[in-house]
Design a binder for this molecule. Sequence first.
Ligand SMILES: [Zn+2]
Length: 267
Amino acid sequence: MPETIIYTFFFAFGAAAGSFLNVCIRRIPEARSIVSPGSQCPSCSSPIRFYDNIPIISYIVLGGRCRHCRATISAEYPLVETLTAVLTVLLYVRFGLSPGLAVYFVFTAALIVITFIDLRLRIIPDVISLPGIGVGLAASAVRAFPWGWSQLVNGLSGSFLGILAGGGILLVVATAYNLVTGREGMGGGDIKLLAMIGAFLGWKGALFTLFAGSFAGAVVGGILMLFFGKDIKYAVPFGPFLALGALVHLFSGEAILGWYIKTQFLL
Ligand SMILES: [Zn+2]
């Protein structure tokens, strides 16, 4: 029974965090403050009262409409809140009450904000990915708990290699693609995002993320091209697929890598 209470707590905490992430997703690209003013209806600008601002629940109670002007509220809001809540519970299941839980919660939150901004606007704000690289590096020291000198050195060097691998590989690929085709295939935002992912997950995690993300991107891009023609190729952002690859690695990457190596080299 206590376990159920802990799950409920993390779900509610995650939903509330998701509500804040919605504010970040809307305001960061416009360089507006994420603290004030409080939540407003995007249509009529009337302030949203606390009882209309309960994550997930308020959206359902209000039928997805503003209480004052009845304008439709984007389903993205409850989607982000539910996604954050579910991932928070899964992070607790994966990491228990440990420094890793706090570190990867921050990482996951950053990935969610980046994903939804990239989907809507096709940009990955530097204001998230660049500090994220620093936070990932610092977090590798936090995760080395209980701190011994060698754990600390291992953690920091692993994170540093991850930054080099993640940022470096995409930089080389993007430069080569640009030289050969004369087109810009990959934005600088993707390069900085994979550097951030490497800072949190190390070089193996960065490589896994790149391969898993490219694979998922190719599959989804292929399906979309089938239905909407090849112009869609340039309309599919890469950031969300990198975020997906990073989350897959976070939850089961070691297991998948182990399985892959086993089937490739031992059978
Ligand atoms: Zn309104």
